[in-house]
Write a protein that binds this ligand. Structure first.
Ligand code: FES
Length: 138
């Protein structure tokens, strides 16, 4: 599942025009350096096209996304350590969902809603404490 939540207004998003990199730091603190090619966006079908979730999942980096990437949970919470200013603005709906995330920081975003414009390389951390009620229920 993925794509756009029909109940949320479409965000004003600037797509990247040149290649850039994202260094993901996963839940085990392992680093993955990804080169993003704008020609390949959308990579997959997870969250908004070109979102941090879309790019991560297409490169084998697992980020929880219980709602399928439609801005209806907070399990895809990530912290953008570098390059946040080159990312799409967060919507009110994203902020509402983020309020439910554990360990919220000033650089926190929902990976499925955050789309970088590629004008700077990014460092994105996947918190180990992400809340996934579905997983906790097992
Ligand atoms: S996956 Fe649910 S809000 Fe991103």
């Amino acid at each position: 599942m993925g794509g756009q939540n029909p109940y949320i207004p479409e965000a004003d998003i600037e797509m990247p025009k040149t290649k850039f990199t994202i260094r993901y730091v996963d839940e085990q603190k392992k680093e993955h350096l990804i080169e993003v090619d704008p020609e390949k966006i959308p990579y997959d079908d997870h969250g908004l096209p070109g979102s941090l979730l879309d790019i991560a999942m297409a490169h084998g980096i697992e980020i929880d996304h219980a709602c399928g990437g439609v801005c209806a949970c907070s399990t895809c919470h990530v912290v953008v350590r570098e390059g946040l200013e080159t990312c799409s603005d967060s919507s009110d709906d994203e902020e509402d969902q983020l309020d439910q995330a554990y360990g919220l920081t000033a650089s926190s975003r929902l990976a499925c809603q955050c789309v970088p414009n590629g004008k700077q390389n990014l460092v994105v951390e996947v918190p180990a404490w992400n809340r996934n009620l579905a997983r906790e229920a097992h």
